[in-house]
Design a protein around this ligand. Sequence first.
Ligand SMILES: [Zn+2]
Length: 77
Amino acid sequence: MGLIKLIILIILVVACLTLWQRIKAWQAANQKPPADPVEPQLMVCCKQCQVHLPQDQALQSGKHWYCCREHRDADHD
Ligand SMILES: [Zn+2]
């Protein structure tokens, strides 16, 4: 029966194509560049002059933050 073989062949080809498309879609979904989360910059306030600046540029003394060494040293609380 050549017809049954032909039908089986068509089913196999369709199955392979479907699988291939799924693999391609899966790969495309996984190759998306990871979203670069913009980390919110933590701002602190200088105790001496009340200027706001990023925490990584501020100077800490105890639980207070200062914009510069002069303000940190000038504060004697
Ligand atoms: Zn200051």
